[in-house]
Design a protein around this ligand. Structure first.
Ligand SMILES: *[C@@H]1O[C@H](CO)[C@@H](O)[C@H](O)[C@H]1NC(C)=O
Ligand SMILES: *[C@@H]1O[C@H](CO)[C@@H](O)[C@H](O)[C@H]1NC(C)=O
Ligand SMILES: *[C@@H]1O[C@H](CO)[C@@H](O)[C@H](O)[C@H]1NC(C)=O
Ligand SMILES: *[C@@H]1O[C@H](CO)[C@@H](O)[C@H](O)[C@H]1NC(C)=O
Ligand SMILES: *[C@@H]1O[C@H](CO)[C@@H](O)[C@H](O)[C@H]1NC(C)=O
Length: 715
């Protein structure tokens, strides 16, 4: 799954601080947003893309709530910000919490909306520029984050309301990370605009009939055979970190942190197996704030919740009690550790911060992040096994597709590809769900890094262009994420060159041996170099950490040169054995085709002896799925690249082959054998060279045959 700079606020921090003050008088370059398709003429307006939702009525309703004093419990608002967050700052949220999707009609996973009394603006990052332009109706201004001259929300507000002192902009403090809120507030200081928390969520007030409910499925314990370590030990480690930081209490708000810490899993986010809960840990208490019906009897026993009066059992609390408890209990604490942002973790909300008096707050990345990143032996072994079964599923699906796509007279479309990829995974042992919605994009869609097929955009798979399939699974023993690029006709030279450049980037990163002091962001150039050298780049990160039967994007690892370096200690992460992360360079030619290749890598010790006390590490591919030989231009590969590819293919045969045989998936097995054939490591790789080799061989045999006496010379 493509990892982008989700923490746009973090990245822009440095920029904001240095550049904001002087820009108020002149309009930011892109103040009116990008030009919108199908919005210029009146005939355009009658001919809207099928996946655009008309938000006229929703916007009108929201605006009437903005000025209703009972709704905002304060002065009327001139604007209202709707983020993509839930109460836990999850990366993807439950359908019930998709407020930004509801108000904008744009359903990509990232973006912030701002609605004023006469304008509506959406900010979103490079993954979603095209999709947002398609889905937003013409009343929306689109801000393409990551492009030059695009203002931030505060910059836009300051310019829009420059002549209106006393402008009041509201937002729900539970749905804005504290760090983001502070950044916005700092930027708006001394301007005509004031940001205020609004306790009622205004979208909830207007979104009634069609709003989905939360599901009722209860959480369950993750057995130690998968988790590798009892939760009590993990809590002990967390308490040590708290002691080091002199914190009396730690508030955990991120759902995947709670799931990891207590060895429990649930059903409360789409594709990420977590329980909706908050946790508070002190020296002698552990409190879990979860909806009552979500804790099954098995979880109660696992967490020892019955008559819990000591430090190593969990006290159950009502989910919504967190707010009053935090206010009351924090009066007795002198230091409360509140999570600040770290990579994909956005930290706790402004509302959580507000519940603790400022002088008591210790804002730091959650201690769970670093402890969790280093997978224990059982988790690491589980990840490897899950990737082997996942590879069987992928080969099964890819071989079936290659076989059938030509036979099916109706042809295959993108949604069919996604459905089959998902089905292949469900057939595997210990499979629980997919790990994110499968991306299957053909042609121009393959050139959108985060395209996800829906019935209104669905196209047939043709033979001229490439198909990018980015998918993954959740298994009890691990999470997977893999991308392969396919072609069902004769690829053009341009397509082959692009594929091979991406492959070389991927190989260069995967084959690195490096000292353990290297920072993760320093790896980025290796994967991009073959693209940079041809004047290309890709607008997403090269890699992201991945969880163990948890989030497919897991902090702190992020491989991206666009990262800031100063805002958080999480950004100077050093690789350690047991880390798992993705390696996913890409090539995107807008409107034509795209290539992305993604493997999960594990960090392992290298055999290299230490150099002046510095140990060396290397990577091991956890993902073992064949590449497409016809898209590889072997003449572009060096002998080292070819050797790497041969070794990789050999590993697929040795490690995935036996599992396929065990599962009697022989079609997939023979397909895999075909795709992983060894290639010559030296010289031109085409047939004429193979001919030459066989000539030499025949010649040698002839000599041996014709001159039997030769043997005697040496014997
Ligand atoms: C959107 O809905 C409003 C209200 O129903 C209607 O007046 C307007 O014409 C619609 N716009 C489009 C582009 O269909
Ligand atoms: C706002 O004004 C105060 C006092 O005049 C000043 O100290 C502060 O630096 C200003 N902040 C910004 C962001 O301009
Ligand atoms: C949780 O809150 C509800 C509603 O306030 C209340 O009826 C219920 O008894 C509470 N449960 C617990 C375990 O405190
Ligand atoms: C697309 O899906 C929606 C909702 O699932 C459905 O209502 C609609 O009829 C579908 N459209 C087509 C063209 O299949
Ligand atoms: C095969 O290699 C020869 C040189 O060894 C080269 O001239 C020829 O163009 C190559 N053919 C292909 C199809 O790459």
């Amino acid at each position: 799954m493509t990892a982008l700079w989700l923490l746009v606020t973090t990245c822009l921090m440095g920029f904001i601080v240095t550049h904001s003050a002087k820009r108020i008088s002149e309009p930011p370059f892109n103040y009116d947003g990008s030009s919108r398709t199908h919005c210029s003429s009146s005939s355009d307006r009658d001919n809207q893309p099928a996946n655009r939702i008309n938000t006229t009525i929703r916007l009108r309703q929201l605006r009437s709530e903005m000025v209703r004093i009972t709704a905002v419990k304060g002065p009327p608002l001139d604007g209202y910000i709707v983020t993509s967050d839930d109460d836990h700052q999850s990366e993807t949220v439950s359908p019930r919490d998709m407020r930004r999707e509801y108000i904008t009609g744009f359903d990509g996973s990232a973006g912030d909306a701002l609605i004023t009394l006469n304008k509506a603006v959406l900010w979103t990052d490079g993954r979603y520029h095209i999709q947002a332009d398609n889905q937003l109706d013409c009343s929306w201004i689109l801000m393409k984050q990551g492009r030059n001259g695009v203002p931030t929300i505060p910059e836009w507000l300051k310019y829009e309301f420059r002549d209106h002192p006393g402008t009041i902009i509201g937002a729900d403090p539970t749905l804005v990370p504290a760090f983001t809120w502070e950044t916005w507030e700092g930027e708006l200081a001394n301007s005509s605009v004031k940001l205020v928390p609004v306790q009622n969520n205004l979208v909830d007030l207007i979104w009634q009939k069609t709003r989905p409910a939360y599901n009722m499925y209860a959480a369950y314990p993750l057995e130690e055979e998968y988790a590798g370590r009892p939760w009590q030990e993990k809590v002990k480690q967390v308490r040590l970190k708290m002691k080091d930081a002199a914190a009396d209490a730690l508030v955990i708000t991120a759902l995947d942190e709670i799931a990891w810490l207590f060895n429990i899993r649930g059903y409360d986010l789409p594709n990420t197996p977590v329980l909706r809960a908050f946790a508070v840990i002190t020296k002698d208490h552990i409190e879990l704030y979860a909806p009552h019906h979500k804790l099954s009897r098995a979880v109660d026993i696992h967490l020892k919740t019955d008559s819990c009066f000591h430090a190593n059992c969990v006290k159950r609390r009502n989910y919504t009690t967190i707010w009053s408890d935090l206010r009351t209990n924090s009066q007795a604490w002198s230091t409360v550790w509140l999570p600040s942002p770290c990579g994909y973790a956005q930290g706790a909300s402004r509302a959580i911060f507000s519940a603790v008096r400022p002088e008591k707050r210790l804002a730091r990345p959650s201690p769970v992040i670093a402890l969790r990143a280093e997978k224990n032996k059982v988790e690491a072994e589980g990840m490897r096994r899950a990737h082997i079964r996942d590879a069987v599923a992928m080969c099964d699906f890819l071989s079936y597709m290659e076989d059938q796509i030509n036979l099916d007279s109706d042809g295959w479309d993108e949604m069919q590809v996604a459905r089959l990829a998902n089905e292949a995974r469900f057939e595997q042992d210990r499979s629980k769900s997919i790990s994110f919605p499968t991306i299957a994009g053909y042609g121009a869609h393959a050139a959108q890094p985060h395209y996800e097929p829906v019935n209104t955009t669905n196209v047939l798979i043709g033979k001229q262009s490439t198909l990018v399939v980015d998918s993954g699974g959740q298994y009890f023993d691990g999470t997977t994420d893999v991308t392969r690029t396919l072609h069902f006709g004769e690829p053009t030279e341009e397509q082959k060159t692009a594929y091979t450049r991406v492959l070389i980037g991927s190989i260069q990163l995967a084959s690195l041996v490096f000292p353990s002091d290297l920072r993760t962001d320093q790896l980025d150039a290796l994967a991009r170099a073959p693209l940079w050298s041809a004047g290309h780049d890709y607008l997403h990160g090269t890699g992201h950490g991945i969880g163990h039967f948890l989030s497919v994007h897991e902090p702190p690892i992020s491989i991206s040169y666009t990262q800031g370096t100063s805002t958080s200690e999480c950004e100077a992460v050093k690789m350690k054995p047991g880390y798992f992360f993705s390696n996913e360079p890409g090539y995107y030619k807008e409107g034509e085709f795209g290539v992305r290749l993604e493997n999960i890598l594990e960090v392992v010790p290298s055999e290299m002896p230490a150099y002046k006390g510095q140990t060396f590490l290397k990577f091991r591919d956890a993902t073992l799925v064949p590449y497409e030989p016809k898209l590889i231009d072997l003449d572009m590969l060096s002998p080292e690249h070819r050797r790497w590819l041969n070794n990789y293919n050999q590993r697929i045969r040795d490690e995935v082959g036996p599992e396929m045989k065990k599962q009697l998936r022989m079609t997939a097995f023979f397909w895999m054998k075909q795709k992983t054939k060894p290639i010559p490591e030296w010289g031109p790789a085409n047939q004429s060279s193979t001919f030459k080799r066989s000539h030499v061989l025949v010649f040698a045999i002839l000599i041996v045959q014709l001159l039997p006496g030769i043997r005697n010379i040496w014997s």
